[in-house]
Write a protein that binds this ligand. Structure first.
Ligand code: NZQ
Ligand code: ZN
Length: 386
């Protein structure tokens, strides 16, 4: 097992009726900026519950944060937060609202010229002290409610990039499974796929003897296989959504990453497909992952065989047969959620493959757990995903 340091300071408040506990955790003299997306929270009653919980605190609302949050929108919130003297941020929404609000709180506390710099640099540690942030999660998927990362889109440049800040962990996150009842099927499918791929990015690399982490990952993956298609159709079944919600948070809060190598190439390639073609995040991952598994099969052989056996019960046949069956099972899983898994299903062809390849070449990125997925390998993965 590799060395590691683990610290996750986010308080999780999980269960029915927990939105009311916002009152307990946000200091009563705070000036709160409440951020949200396109309005789903006004239709499903979450907005009213949050406003009630905030009581007599001064609240500045900032709605309209779009999916794959745009830098241009967020910078308007930064200006409003500064002029209103906001001291606490409360993000009410899915990954986009939470990520966007992480950017806002870092940018408000940023002592530099253009906050896009800290996105471009990949990791922001200097010159920014984010103000406190809490979340009410409405779409289980990204794990953003319990991690310190965010992904921001700069629409005018067609770029979608991630950043992390050591102090961007939410102070607390409210996870009330009942808020999922209003989710469209498509978003539940995306959320299940995203969670599945988060675990895969931290598990399907090469063995380092991390037995507990492997079993934990396999436990979450097997749970998703069991409940994924059911929860897409039945997201007003409390126990199903509670397990889905918990799985999503565990998928990307650092727990399964302790002491193991990490990949993240599927995500990096997927972000380009969203930036250039507007595909949902979960969809991009469902297209890229089966292809990446196939192209990287030699490097990932030992873990692919373990995954085949422990997650899918595939334990007969030669190495190639078992790996092919595991890839087939993975693709069928995404398709059972209602997600199509080939680029051609979305009308994406050679021009986009060429554009992504050239961006990867310009950036000089070497992705994957071994840092050997360069632009040529990315091209091969995309061609194989046609
Ligand atoms: O905007 P509203 O009206 O709220 O509608 C949203 C949005 O249209 C809707 N929705 C959310 N909760 C709902 C609901 N509709 C009805 N009832 C509810 N309870 O769902 C739509 C999609 O929301 P969005 O937040 O965009 O989805 P998701 O949570 O999948 O977030 C995706 C973003 O997170 C990033 C992705 O790249 C993408 O930008 N990621 C962030 C990560 C992180 N911070 O660690 C890691 C992930 O890998 C991912 O990259
Ligand atoms: Zn993801």
């Amino acid at each position: 097992m590799n060395n590691f340091v683990f610290c996750n300071p986010t308080r999780l408040v999980f269960g029915k009726g927990t939105i009311a506990s916002i009152d307990k955790y946000i200091p009563s003299d705070s000036v709160v900026m409440m951020t949200y997306g396109g309005g789903s929270i006004k239709k499903n009653g979450v907005y009213d519950q949050v406003k009630r919980a905030l009581g007599s605190r001064r609240v500045v609302e900032f709605g309209g944060i779009e999916p794959n949050p745009h830098y241009e929108t967020l910078m308007r919130a930064v200006a409003e937060a500064k002029s209103a003297g906001v001291t606490y941020f409360l993000a009410v929404g899915g990954g986009s609202v939470i990520d966007g609000t992480k950017f806002i709180t870092c940018a408000v506390g940023y002592d530099g010229e253009d906050p896009w710099d800290f996105v471009l640099n990949g990791s922001l540690t200097k010159n920014s002290r984010p103000l406190p942030l809490a979340t009410v999660l409405t779409l289980p998927a990204t794990g953003s409610e319990m991690n310190n990362g965010a992904v921001i889109t700069r629409a005018e440049r067609g770029e979608k990039l991630a950043f992390k800040h050591p102090d961007a962990y939410p102070k607390f996150s409210i996870l009330d499974p009942e808020v999922c009842y209003s989710l469209p099927e498509r978003q539940v499918a995306n959320g299940v796929a995203d969670t599945f791929v988060h675990i895969i990015e931290q598990y399907l690399t090469y063995p380092v003897g991390a037995m507990v982490q492997d079993r934990f990952s396999e436990g979450v993956l097997s749970t998703l296989v069991e409940i994924g298609p059911k929860v897409v159709k039945n997201h007003n079944d409390y126990d199903l959504v509670a397990n889905y919600m918990f799985a999503a948070t565990m998928g990307l809060n650092g727990i399964v990453a302790m002491g193991v190598p990490e990949d993240w190439a599927t995500h990096m390639i997927g972000h380009e497909l969203t930036a250039l073609c507007g595909l949902d995040h979960g969809v991009t991952l469902s297209i890229v992952l089966p292809s990446l598994m196939s192209v990287m099969r030699k490097d990932k052989e030992a873990k692919l065989l373990q995954y085949a056996e422990r997650v899918w019960g595939i334990n007969s046949g030669d190495t190639d047969t078992r790996i092919n069956e595991a890839i087939k099972a993975t693709r069928s899983f995404f398709e059972s959620l209602g997600i199509k898994t080939h680029l051609s299903d979305y009308g994406i062809g050679d021009d986009i493959i060429a554009e992504i390849t050239s961006r990867m070449q310009q950036r000089g990125w070497k992705l994957g757990e071994r840092g050997n997925i360069d632009f040529n390998v990315v091209k091969e993965i995309l061609i194989n995903a046609k």
